[in-house]
Design a protein around this ligand. Sequence first.
Ligand SMILES: C[S@@+](CC[C@H](N)C(=O)[O-])C[C@H]1O[C@@H](n2cnc3c(N)ncnc32)[C@H](O)[C@@H]1O
Length: 203
Amino acid sequence: MSDFDGRAATWDQNPLHTERTEVIACDMLKRMEWGPSMRGLEFGAGTGLLSFRLAPYFERVDAMDVSSEMVKVMHAKVQALHAPNVFPVCHDLVAAPFCPGKFDRIFSQMVLHHIADTKAILSRFYEELKPGGQLALVDLYTEDGSFHGPDFDGHLGFDTDRLSEWTLQAGFSGVRVFPTYVLRKPVGGEERTYPLFLLLADK
Ligand SMILES: C[S@@+](CC[C@H](N)C(=O)[O-])C[C@H]1O[C@@H](n2cnc3c(N)ncnc32)[C@H](O)[C@@H]1O
């Protein structure tokens, strides 16, 4: 069982998760281009907070996570929220392609820092998008390691200039970065702040 499997059942009870999703969803709605009949993919959807929020703007959303417990929660929410256009899927996009060339939009929040090979996943996103598709990634700006603590082996946020360069190298154009939300989290008895960016790019 992964760490995320164990956190799935109570994930939505944490206001840190729900509040950031609302602000990020509004920012994506404001800054991205939207049209009819679009198919979206959320990478690392967790319990699908962002997918369910954005679902009315898509014909279909594939809400992907590698944690089977997260996917189980999403299946229950499809029923509970009457959201038949959200399709939860258990898949590891790092390990294998999903539906290359099929997506108008790929979006993700707070997942990229968990992925060891950033350049490889950017290339995978490019492959999964249709020509004219858009990518939207939300993650931490470079941080001091306090966000996850000493045992974390992922990225300590991102230098957005370097990430933009890697995004261009993956084939994208029009890369732009916006500050989107400031996370507040208690760490070692005090409240710390962690700003997040929204990176947009076009295929
Ligand atoms: C920090 S959680 C964020 C969940 C959700 N995006 C949110 O903000 O509420 C990261 C999620 O990414 C998923 N994940 C990590 N690596 C993945 C991969 N290779 N493919 C699909 N999902 C992955 C984890 O299982 C976890 O649910």
